[in-house]
Design a protein around this ligand. Structure first.
Ligand code: C2O
Ligand code: CU
Length: 512
């Protein structure tokens, strides 16, 4: 629906204009903080204005702040979508097992967001939990004060409170949203976020989302109980490492063995079914929303053509199977045969799997425990993927190189470190507006880490592949190139929910 805002000038989102001074940045964030204590920031939980009513004047912060100025230069289509996300206790029916958990609305699929590129999203978060929460829009290059990181870009929304997010969505692609408080996203507080592109050729008959998740809440220990276990350094119970020496992620895949793996919030015994006709082309948007599980995905009897990575178009590449790390996304296209076929996401190195069934004709549905032969055939590697025309980060000389050492603490208290510091209290990494930065992610630990930077997409130094989350394998170094074009204070962290909570996080701050 059209929003009440006046149209804003179109411009190049990547190049904010005007002088950028540290004082302005600090002042800007301070002003937003002040606005949060006004009517816009509703601590009481009472509804202060309807989702489509005009906002009180001056509530977003003065227009001379650098964040606001950057937003003004994002191209807005003139359209606004208003949604409400209600974080609340609820029940997921997992093939007859009732799992009490925390959800947005009725669960991940009911809360899925679809919006056009360039549209403005007005999203009201209503917190009906007993705990403070926020929503983070994973992968979206939006204004910093809407990024949903408690204590960094906003205060957490207290129990009973509401918060109104409002921003222009810049890029089409497959994204997701999740809570950014503690290990809440290892409950059901996540949903797909699909940004459609009106100009995309759309060379497919069906557009389906498949969101993968490792599940324990309500059927095993709560995520908070797991975190306490991990902190204590004890093993046994949920803390049972998954070892897989032959995996590219190996030898140690995870500290945790999950009781269940879900696809579209359903267990393999009661799968989500996609119905199509033989010969039709399916676009499958794969999202790994798990806290701690990399999945190896294959489609029984078919090959998959990868068309997008983390939302960005790549030169189409056909493989049998792919490994998707926590928070990564791949879009694949398949031409589906006649029958019923399992799209299987096997927990890498583990025994469980999630799956979806694609049915185009008659034929029995494969058993829940099926392991398609494709899982052991040609595996996608990052080196296979190259940005499609128009998706590459423009070439420019690097102004500065930043080295980030990823390691495990040596103390008896388990920690995960970046440059020998456990977040969130470490020294931030700093960049200046307009800089081209190279970041060397040096993994000195024995586990792989999916490293995510908020508010930006970077390019892998080798291939130029655009991503917002990159898996750094054990003992390896991955270099990325970054254009500093979105001022603010941004999280940079491992997307293993438990590694992050145990310290593997830092922030990237813009200086003058
Ligand atoms: Cu998916 Cu810090 O986020
Ligand atoms: Cu990690």
């Amino acid at each position: 629906m059209p929003g009440p805002e006046a149209p804003e000038p179109a411009g190049d989102a990547d190049r904010p204009t005007g002088p950028v001074r540290r004082a302005v940045l600090v002042g800007g964030l301070g002003a937003v903080g002040a606005a949060l204590t006004g009517t816009w920031w509703c601590l009481t939980g009472r509804q202060q204005f309807a989702a489509d009513a005009p906002e009180p004047a001056g509530t977003v912060g003065p227009h001379d702040t650098v964040v606001e100025r950057t937003e003004r230069h994002r191209h807005w289509s003139g359209r606004t979508s208003a949604i409400t996300l209600t974080a609340q206790p609820g029940t997921l029916d997992l093939a007859g097992r009732q799992a009490r958990t925390w959800l947005y609305g009725d669960g991940p699929m009911s809360a899925a967001v679809r919006i056009g590129a360039g549209d403005r999203l007005r999203a009201r978060l209503v917190n009906r939990l007993d705990a403070a929460t926020t929503v983070h829009w994973h992968g979206l290059r939006i204004r910093n004060d809407m990024d949903g990181v408690p204590g960094l870009t906003m205060p957490a929304v207290p129990a009973g409170g509401t918060f109104d997010y409002r921003f222009v969505v810049p890029d089409p692609g497959t994204y997701w949203l999740h809570s950014h408080v503690g290990v809440q996203r290892d409950r059901g507080l996540y949903a797909p976020l699909i940004v459609t592109d009106p100009h995309e050729p759309g060379d497919h008959d069906h557009d389906e989302t498949v969101v993968l998740d490792d599940w324990t809440d309500g059927v095993g220990p709560t995520p908070d109980a797991i975190l306490t276990e991990l902190r204590s350094g004890r093993t046994g119970g949920p803390v049972r490492p998954v070892m897989a020496p032959s995996s590219p992620w190996g030898p140690m895949l995870s500290e945790l063995t999950y009781p269940l793996h879900l696809a579209n919030a359903r267990p393999p015994e009661d799968p989500y079914v996609i119905r199509a006709k033989p010969g039709q082309r399916l676009r499958l948007r794969l999202i790994n929303a798990s806290a701690a599980t990399p999945y190896r995905v294959a489609f029984a009897g078919h090959r998959m053509t990868v068309t997008h990575a983390d939302g960005w178009p790549v030169r189409p590449t056909t493989v049998d199977t792919l490994l998707i790390g926590m928070a990564e996304r791949y879009d694949v296209v398949v031409t589906v045969g006649d029958g019923a076929f399992g799209l299987v996401a096997a927990a890498e190195g583990g025994t469980g799997a999630a799956r979806v069934v694609v049915r185009t004709g008659s034929g029995a549905t494969s058993p829940p425990g099926e392991r398609p032969a494709e899982l052991t055939r040609r595996l996608l590697r990052y080196a296979d993927l190259h940005p499609a025309a128009g998706s590459a980060l423009p070439t420019r000389p690097v102004d500065r190189t930043i080295r980030l050492l990823l390691s495990q603490g040596t103390s008896r208290r388990p920690t995960w470190l970046i440059n020998d510091q456990a977040g969130p209290h470490g020294k931030p990494v700093t960049v200046r507006q307009g800089e081209r930065v190279r970041i060397d992610l040096v993994n000195a630990s024995a586990m792989a880490h999916p490293i995510h930077l908020h508010g930006h997409t970077f390019a892998l130094a080798d291939t130029g592949l655009r991503k917002d989350t990159v898996v750094v394998l054990p003992g390896k170094t991955t270099s990325i190139r970054l254009q500093a074009d979105n001022p603010g204070r941004w999280m940079l962290h491992c997307h293993n929910a438990y590694h992050m909570e145990l310290g593997m996080m830092t922030e990237l701050d813009y200086l003058t």
